[in-house]
Ligand binder design. Structure first.
Ligand SMILES: [Fe+2]
Length: 416
């Protein structure tokens, strides 16, 4: 099929393929980090391989996908660094754009768009997705008024990325909360021709948006997948190199962001085939063993290997400190819980989700967010996971804050 054959409205089929695939990446229907092939996408969109190939080439250039030689394509993963870079760029560029646009906007048009940008408590996801599109259009429309096409073009691309971040954060937002996408104050300043006020309001809106996305990432109920699935080929590092990187992160005092930053580093440690000694990976009669691989000299953090035989399950527990867990071998299944009640020592546990963590998957938890979970090995193979805890495990004796049982009684069982 020719790439240049026209679709219904006279568009080239490669353009149709590009728009459809990009729309699905932005809306997270195609999840970050998954692998796809030309043939799969051609079937999915009912298009020929040639237009899909041309679309993928363009998507690679725009960094929505990456080519994996001889395998296919990877939907670009999202990292915390991406989130920070996108908001940093917005802060640099967008206040300038609104300053230039002040006094030149079509107020009625902006008000109509703004009316579509407000979600109400209890809104369904489809409604929130529509308001995210309207929010993007509002910002792009303002940017196009600034009479600098290049600046408007860059902001348009940034808002595509931003819409994707908001879609990815949707699952961790409480749909009962109103999402702050209204722009009344900004429209007022733009109509009044007050460029300085518009720039100030824009900067404040961007900071609010940054906090929403970061909070969505940091307060995900239970450990959150940082790198979504496999497909990446990481250059490996040694335990010592990794420990030095973790020490730098902890020393920089990143607070709640420390586990996310450590999690971003871990895939390269997991890619090291010589990380563990023969003794540390050996099968044992015990169902569960742990090895302290590294302890920071001042006790800032500890790195452990946990070997879990087939079928072993941990008690339900939570942690006193932040932690990052990466699967080095095999598979771990994590059941997360939310705590209900809590008076007079009684409580109830509500199952809140199950995640299968496979080789290369990394998750993290923070003691300030709910992190009650149990972990088991559902496979027939021994599972090995690497854990970083933000505490001196040797000193503490473990990272467990408390163990729980489903009948509401605290279980006095130790577990790392
Ligand atoms: Fe745990």
């Amino acid at each position: 099929m020719s790439v240049y054959r026209k679709a219904n409205g006279g568009e080239r089929l490669s353009d149709v393929a590009f728009e459809r695939i990009k729309r699905d990446i932005v809306s997270a229907a195609l999840q970050p980090g998954i692998e796809v092939t030309e043939a799969e996408l051609a079937r999915r969109y009912k298009l020929g391989k040639a237009p899909v190939r041309a679309a993928l080439l363009r998507l690679c250039q725009e960094e929505w996908v990456r080519a994996i030689p001889r395998k296919g394509y990877l939907i670009a993963p999202v990292t915390v660094r991406d989130v920070q870079a996108i908001f940093q760029l917005r802060q640099l560029l967008e206040p300038t754009a609104v300053r230039l646009a002040a006094g030149h906007v079509d107020g009625e048009h902006l008000k109509r768009l703004n009316a579509l940008c407000t979600a109400h408590p209890g809104s369904r996801k489809a409604h929130v997705a529509a308001l995210l599109r309207a929010n993007r259009l509002f910002h792009v429309t303002v940017a196009r008024t600034c009479a600098n096409d290049r600046l408007a073009g860059i902001l348009e691309k940034l808002h595509d990325q931003l819409e994707r971040l908001f879609h990815l954060g949707l699952s961790s937002w409480s749909m009962g909360e109103e999402l702050p996408f209204g722009h009344d104050a900004l429209i007022g300043a733009l109509l009044a021709g007050d460029g300085e006020a518009a720039a100030r309001i824009s900067a404040a809106e961007i900071e609010t948006g940054r906090k929403i996305v970061m909070n969505a990432i940091l307060s995900y109920p239970g450990p959150m997948q940082v790198h979504f699935g496999g497909g990446m080929r990481w250059e490996s590092i040694t335990l010592r190199e990794f420990a030095e990187e973790v020490a730098q992160i902890v020393m920089a005092g990143k607070g709640m962001e420390a586990p996310v930053r450590v999690a971003e580093k871990m895939p390269r440690l997991l890619a090291n085939p010589n990380l563990l000694t023969a003794e540390q990976v050996a099968s044992a009669t015990n169902a569960y063993r742990q090895y302290l691989l590294y302890r920071h000299p001042d006790g800032w953090f500890s790195i452990l290997a946990l070997v879990r035989e087939a079928g072993h399950s941990s008690p339900i527990h939570d942690h006193t400190c932040w932690g990052v867990v990466g699967v080095y071998q095999g598979e771990e299944r994590e059941q997360r819980y939310l705590l209900a009640g809590g008076t007079d020592g009684q409580y109830g546990l509500i199952p809140s989700g199950v995640t299968h963590h496979r080789r290369g998957d990394v998750s993290y938890f923070d003691p300030n967010s709910p992190n009650i979970h149990s972990v088991d090995n559902p496979s027939r193979e021994t599972a090995i996971s690497i854990h970083v805890y933000g505490a001196d495990i040797r000193e503490l004796g473990g990272s467990i804050r408390k163990c729980y049982s489903l009948d509401g009684q605290t279980v006095p069982e130790a577990h790392p």
